[in-house]
Design a protein around this ligand. Structure first.
Ligand SMILES: [Zn+2]
Length: 191
């Protein structure tokens, strides 16, 4: 369990240098976030599962890993798959964690496809601070849905309250429509 400076403390999310299509200001989370996590010096991915799904924006809990909304999304529906255990590198995962990260990644894709029908995804893990990880000490896999002309799909939201609301609404929508096994291929679709 690594301690992190209090200054860095915030709700789970991965701020970094990517150009985002949708950029909620970090203050968007601070109101509830800092009170909620005050005095807790664990990193956000260790702390989040102790709160309710609604508070932490957790979409799905598995046995060894869970899925959470990224508070610094590159796009609407940007999810993170994290082990509960505080490990930083993919090479440190147990077999169970590795399998469940993979399984939950598939479920994220199925669920996002059902709810928001993206045209594609970006999936990946930044390993270590030099690899671009915003919270390098706790492993997380990004699942980012992509649409052709992404920026047109997304609402431009300037107000703090609206952003928080939007993430909360998206969490609810994904959680309630979670797809945990391979969907039947739709007739006349795919090959
Ligand atoms: Zn951690």
């Amino acid at each position: 369990m690594a301690d992190i400076p209090q200054d860095d403390f915030e709700l789970p999310g991965v701020p970094d240098s990517f150009q985002r299509l949708w950029t909620p200001h970090r203050l968007a989370y601070v109101k509830g976030g800092q009170e909620q996590y005050a005095g807790d010096n664990r990193d956000p991915f260790c702390a989040a599962p102790d709160r309710s799904d609604e508070e932490s924006l957790i979409v799905r809990r598995g046995e060894t890993c869970y899925v959470i909304m990224n508070l610094f999304p590159y796009n609407a529906g940007h999810l993170l798959v994290c082990p509960y255990e505080h490990i930083s590198l993919y090479t440190e995962t147990s077999e169970a964690q590795m399998l469940e990260m993979g399984e939950l990644t598939k479920q994220c894709m199925w669920t996002l496809t059902k709810v928001a029908n993206p045209g594609g995804f970006n999936i990946g893990m930044n390993q270590g601070a030099v690899g671009g990880a915003g919270i390098a000490q706790h492993l997380h896999q990004h699942v980012v849905p992509r649409w052709g002309g992404d920026s047109n799909f997304l609402p431009i939201i300037a107000q703090t309250k609206a952003i928080t609301q939007t993430l909360g609404d998206m969490r609810t929508q994904l959680a309630e429509n979670w797809v945990s096994s391979a969907p039947e291929p739709a007739e006349g679709k795919g090959n």
